[in-house]
Design a protein around this ligand. Structure first.
Ligand SMILES: Nc1ncnc2c1ncn2[C@@H]1O[C@H](COP(=O)(O)OP(=O)(O)OP(=O)(O)O)[C@@H](O)[C@H]1O
Ligand SMILES: [Mg+2]
Length: 197
């Protein structure tokens, strides 16, 4: 299964979601981010490459975390969209993020792949609902998931895969444990939408 996590907007959680999704699904994590998460098993694609290298495009299980380069859509994004099974656009709830999410959706629609949106990194559920209503009214009832503000992402980025695996066994971290299950449930549902669940 191949996943594309992308947005023309920076800082919406592409790398956090991409990395956690890769861990959940046992996929290779690949990014064009020049400051990728501090784990060992990251493949970075240099920004000057126009296409995803063939050996990476052919991987059976991969998560491509591809940010846009300022106002320019990285041509690797369209390339990855052509061979990925599902496209994930993370967004925050503010109006600019929602507008960027709609633009990203429009740019990727032609690939003909299932597109899901994750409303990420919010504390106020009313703001989540407002963002979701705006997206649904513009795009129709596409799948939209939500992930609240959580310390999980920062800690995974800081401590890497070992911490993520260990925390599953630490009952004292019950809240985080619950968060991980909520996130994993979203990743599993997205995998099903991509057709391999
Ligand atoms: N649900 C969340 N709860 C708390 N913090 C979050 C959440 N999602 C993302 N963050 C934090 O927000 C920051 C930006 O997230 P991240 O780096 O994943 O975004 P990005 O879209 O990959 O950014 P960039 O465009 O710079 O590559 C990070 O510090 C990350 O830890
Ligand atoms: Mg990133």
């Amino acid at each position: 299964m191949k996943y594309l996590v992308t947005s023309i907007k920076g800082g919406v959680g592409k790398s956090s979601i991409g990395l956690n999704l890769a861990m959940r699904t046992g996929s290779q994590y690949i990014t064009n981010d020049i400051t990728p998460p501090a784990i060992e098993d990251v493949i970075q694609i240099p920004i000057n490459k126009k296409k995803i290298p063939a050996d990476l495009a052919q991987l059976e299980n991969a998560v491509f975390d591809l940010g846009a380069l300022s106002t320019l859509l990285d041509p690797k994004i369209a390339h990855a969209a052509s061979f990925c099974d599902v496209i994930i656009i993370p967004t925050r709830t503010d109006a600019r993020s929602v507008a960027a999410t709609l633009k990203t959706y429009e740019l990727l629609q032609d690939a003909g792949k299932p597109i899901v949106i994750i409303i990420n990194h919010f504390t106020d559920e009313r703001k989540r609902d407002t963002a979701r209503d705006r997206l649904w009214s513009a795009l129709g009832r596409i799948p939209i998931f939500s992930m609240k503000n959580t310390t999980l992402f920062d800690r995974v980025s800081a401590d890497g895969i070992d911490w993520y695996l260990n925390v599953l066994n630490i009952w004292a971290l019950h809240t985080l444990h619950k968060t991980i299950h909520k996130h994993n449930d979203i990743y599993d549902r997205i995998t099903a939408i991509g057709g391999r669940g």
